[in-house]
Design a protein around this ligand. Structure first.
Ligand SMILES: N[C@@H](CCC(=O)N[C@@H](CS)C(=O)NCC(=O)O)C(=O)O
Length: 210
């Protein structure tokens, strides 16, 4: 059985959704970020960077990094079709946008939410966040331009990258403006929310959606 250390509204949504999509056997352990549980000795032994998500594999191996989790869950459950076939052009595109997302959306969202990791001086925070918002706009423009006919990133076929994009878009400081600028993202939201696996875990992950 997998164990996912998770928190609502965080990057644990994507591996959580991938586990659901795969029909994998897993259990959840909630980490109270507000209460500082990620700095406990027990959690630091799992992830010295004090961050969720953490995925413990059935053999006890500990994985950090959400992209690695998505790829590994896909590898272990090929029947779930979380990524296109190995060696296909579609899979290469999926890799591209999976990594682009982690490097340019996830990290930039962290500059807005976890700004204290980027400067010790509070007087720097406003400037860091303003630049992050500009960078987000540029990255979303590139992603939207790369969308095919939709509703998913790769076209008609769902892939695990869509789960990551949903999460990053959900975190956007002005989600309404983002979707108005890129209507393809509204189509992606609708398509994903109709998936039983996403629906099953949505409210638990995004309590602010209530
Ligand atoms: N590169 C990591 C980033 C993980 C990350 O930034 N997690 C955030 C939540 S979305 C976190 O735990 N923040 C708490 C903190 O850094 O204090 C991944 O892709 O899994």
């Amino acid at each position: 059985m997998y164990t996912l250390h998770w928190s609502p509204e965080t990057g644990s949504f994507a591996p959580h959704a991938a586990l659901e999509e795969a029909g994998a056997d897993y259990r959840l352990v909630e980490v109270d970020l507000q209460g500082g549980a990620h700095h406990s000795e027990e959690f630091l032994a799992l992830n010295p960077r004090a961050q969720v998500p953490v995925l413990t594999l059935p053999d006890g191996t500990v994985l950090t990094e959400s992209a690695a989790m998505m790829l590994h869950i896909a590898d272990c459950h090929p029947e779930a079709g979380l990524f296109p076939p190995v060696g296909s052009v579609a899979r290469a595109r999926a890799y591209r946008w999976l990594l682009f997302g982690v490097l340019n959306l996830y990290e930039t969202d962290c500059r807005i939410v976890d700004t204290h990791h980027y400067s010790a001086r509070e007087s720097d925070f406003e400037g860091i966040r303003a630049k992050a918002r500009e960078d987000l706009d540029r990255s979303w423009d590139l992603i939207a331009a790369a969308f095919g006919e939709g509703p998913y990133m790769l076209g008609r076929d769902f892939c695990a990258v869509d789960l990551c994009l949903l999460m990053y878009a959900w975190w956007h400081p002005d989600r309404g403006a983002l979707v108005a600028r890129h209507p393809v993202l509204g189509g992606l939201f609708d398509a994903l929310r109709r998936r039983p696996a996403v629906d099953a875990i949505w409210e638990r992950n995004f309590r602010s959606a209530q």
